[in-house]
Design a protein around this ligand. Structure first.
Ligand code: GLU
Length: 259
């Protein structure tokens, strides 16, 4: 059995882009550098990335995301290209090869397609490539979407039996009250169990550019920890924190895996 550690990272739109919808190049590059370095150190990395719709809207010069499914599908086609172009370029600069996987809910729920998906992941890892995953927004319609990449990242972590799921976002983790409203809000470093009281701390959805907020992160953490996968929510602004987390330091909020 290999001792190789397998990590799934998830990065959200609000971490990856400016409010203009354009990619935050400095942040993306420093995230990619950190992940490439972890990959070089022998870890297996998969990256679930959002941003297709926001980047597509930015590239097309739209002021906001389209409010129709068909509009968002078209915009995602444009944005997904741009996103992968940037990832390919940045990872390539650090000597890493990436492969794109666009997933719909039915790929995970149908047994045969799930097997194909797992095979694709495993072979990418065998070849030493870094899988980059997004929901296939261009073909997904409302009835069959995961709709948020927090959930998708938990599904990916389960599919590939990851050791850790690390969700990078625009806050430092889960707080005991809303930190934007309460100056004395305290970060919860460890959550042993995601109870109803913990779920009630999540509040509403996050920025107007992503879809998640803390609600979907807690749902993802619940799903992954139930499968024995330690899950972390931390600020994506400082990718260097990822080294410290992987080294076992306390960063962000750790949702403990169930035995
Ligand atoms: N798949 C969507 C995108 O790439 C993002 C979903 C989310 O924000 O969680 O734009």
């Amino acid at each position: 059995m290999s001792e190789r550690k397998r990590f799934v990272f998830k990065v959200g739109t609000s971490t990856l882009t400016y409010s203009t919808g354009k990619v935050n190049l400095r942040r993306m590059q420093s995230l990619v550098r950190t992940l490439a370095d972890l990959h070089n150190s022998g870890c297996e990395i998969a990256l679930v990335t959002s941003g297709a719709i926001s980047v597509g809207a930015g590239k097309l010069g739209l002021k906001e995301r389209p409010n129709t499914t068909q509009g968002r599908q078209a915009v995602a086609c444009v944005g997904q290209c741009e996103l992968m172009f940037m990832y390919d370029k940045f990872f390539g600069e650090f000597g890493c090869t990436v492969g794109q996987l666009l997933i719909t809910k039915s790929d995970v729920e149908n047994e045969e397609r799930r097997t194909n998906l797992v095979n694709a992941f495993e072979n990418l890892f065998l070849y030493g490539a870094i899988p980059i995953i997004n929901e296939n927004d261009s073909v997904a319609v409302d009835e069959i979407v995961y709709g948020d990449n927090d959930n998708l990242s938990a599904q990916v972590a389960k599919l590939i039996a990851a050791d850790k799921l690390i969700i990078l976002t625009d806050t430092d983790g889960l707080f005991d009250k809303n930190p934007t409203e309460h100056a004395d809000a305290k970060l919860l470093p460890v959550v042993e169990e995601i109870t109803d009281e913990v779920l009630a701390l999540a509040g509403g959805s996050g920025s107007n550019r992503g879809t998640g907020g803390m609600v979907t992160k807690l749902a993802a953490a619940k799903e992954a920890t139930a499968q024995g996968i330690d899950t972390y929510v931390l600020n994506g602004e400082t990718p260097d924190d990822i080294y410290r987390l992987v080294d076992g330091h306390q960063i962000g909020t750790h949702f403990c895996a169930k035995e």
